[in-house]
Ligand binder design. Structure first.
Ligand code: IPM
Ligand code: MG
Length: 379
């Protein structure tokens, strides 16, 4: 029997609703496969601002560092929107990411057959660029997470009428995230696309320079390059052409929201943030990572039992895989999500737009979570 400690930051808005179901799922996995997960609940974001006056209390970061992995819901809400930048709830996310050194953010986006009707693209668009000629796609965005515009120097002129943010990247920062991308591509379809704006930005030219060097070390992987504006277009023109996309913090933020809509809903996308490629199966020690749905706190639907818990549950699956090396457990969670979708259950956001002949049943957050649990428990 193995013991693991997991820091929980449920956060604001729908965060607590979806994290609590992800925890139920982890516990079901623990019971089934003989693991014990101990949780340490921590505050960050709006909740922490209300209780302590700061978005990321030092104790939260310290306690998180002592855990094996961190599962996060979402932070933020209108209540805190007027605070100055350094006191906004989002600062907590940035502080946790940089404080834990998790520079590589893996954001998988694939079209599940059950959600075909919720994807806004036509078959011919999905087929274009898909090497197997199928109407689907399966891509992974590797977003650099602790550098670039999010962490560069920023400020205002004395009169407040001019503002600036700086995109700064070092060779070392670019190289390490590229290597995570290459290692992921090696386990997938062996294609990697570097996305930048090298026709305009000096920092992007450095990305290209570094990636041309690193690419030589991975002859088995086909490397390509796209400007970010073109990539944004290609994602809705022929998403099937992509396998792994590696890009900067800001571009990855934007492109992953775009990709999420293609999967049917942002409520489906999980993410893992790691300082490397994560733990291999059977690894001796857990590898720290932050796991969070890519959606926000959705304050408009909080507390109404309508949020989609699947992104949080799939984030828990990623936690099992990348932090604990528990591959079969991760696969079991993903299969349970699949089975719940197979049975026709849909939260509002992923309900098909197909009309007549529709066998889907719209359910709430809890019912969807319970359906996944039932499959795991074999009930
Ligand atoms: C994300 C979010 C965050 C980000 C916000 C909430 C700070 O959009 O995780 O994609 O921009 O990184
Ligand atoms: Mg985002």
């Amino acid at each position: 029997m193995s013991n693991y400690s997991i820091a929980l930051v449920p956060g604001d808005g729908i965060g607590p609703e979806v994290v609590s179901l992800a925890v139920d799922v982890l516990d079901a996995v623990g019971d089934k496969y003989g693991h014990v997960f101990n949780y340490v609940e921590l505050i960050a974001g709006g909740k922490a601002i209300d209780l302590t006056g700061e978005p990321l209390p030092a104790e939260t970061l310290l306690a998180a560092k002592q855990c094996d992995a961190l599962l996060l819901g979402a932070v933020g809400g209108p209540k805190w929107d007027t605070l100055p930048g350094h006191l906004r709830p989002e600062r907590a996310l940035l502080g946790l990411r940089s404080g834990l050194g998790v520079y590589a953010n893996l954001r998988p986006a694939a079209l599940l057959p059950q959600l075909r009707a919720a994807c806004p693209l036509k078959d011919e668009v999905l087929i274009a660029g898909n090497s197997e000629g199928k109407p689907d796609f399966d891509l992974l965005i590797v977003r650099e997470l602790t550098g670039g515009l999010y962490f560069g120097e920023r400020g205002r002129s004395a009169d407040g009428n001019v503002a600036f943010d700086t995109e700064t990247y070092s060779k070392a920062e670019i190289e390490r995230v590229l290597r995570v991308g290459y290692s992921a591509a090696g386990l997938r379809r062996k294609k990697l696309c570097v996305v930048d704006k090298a026709n305009v930005l000096e920092s992007s030219r450095l990305w290209r320079e570094v990636s041309r060097e690193i690419a030589k070390e991975y002859p088995g992987i086909e490397t390509s390059y796209l400007y970010v504006d073109n990539c944004a277009m290609q994602l809705i023109r022929a998403p099937g052409q992509f396998d792994v996309i590696v890009t900067s913090n800001l571009f990855g933020d934007i492109l992953s929201d775009e990709a999420s809509v293609l999967t049917g809903s942002i409520g489906m996308l999980a993410s893992a943030s790691l300082a490397g490629s994560g733990g291999a199966q059977g690894a001796a020690a857990p590898v720290m990572g932050i796991y969070e749905p890519i959606h926000g706190s959705a304050p408009d639907i909080a507390g109404q039992d309508i949020a989609n818990p699947l992104a949080a549950i799939l984030s828990a699956a990623m936690l099992l895989r990348y932090s604990f090396g528990l591959e079969k457990e991760a696969v079991a969670v993903e299969a349970a999500v699949n089975a719940a979708l197979d049975s026709g259950l849909r939260t509002r956001d992923i309900a098909g737009r197909s009309g007549a002949g529709n066998t889907e049943k719209i359910v709430g957050t809890l019912e969807m979570g319970k359906a996944v649990l039932k499959v795991l428990e074999g009930v």
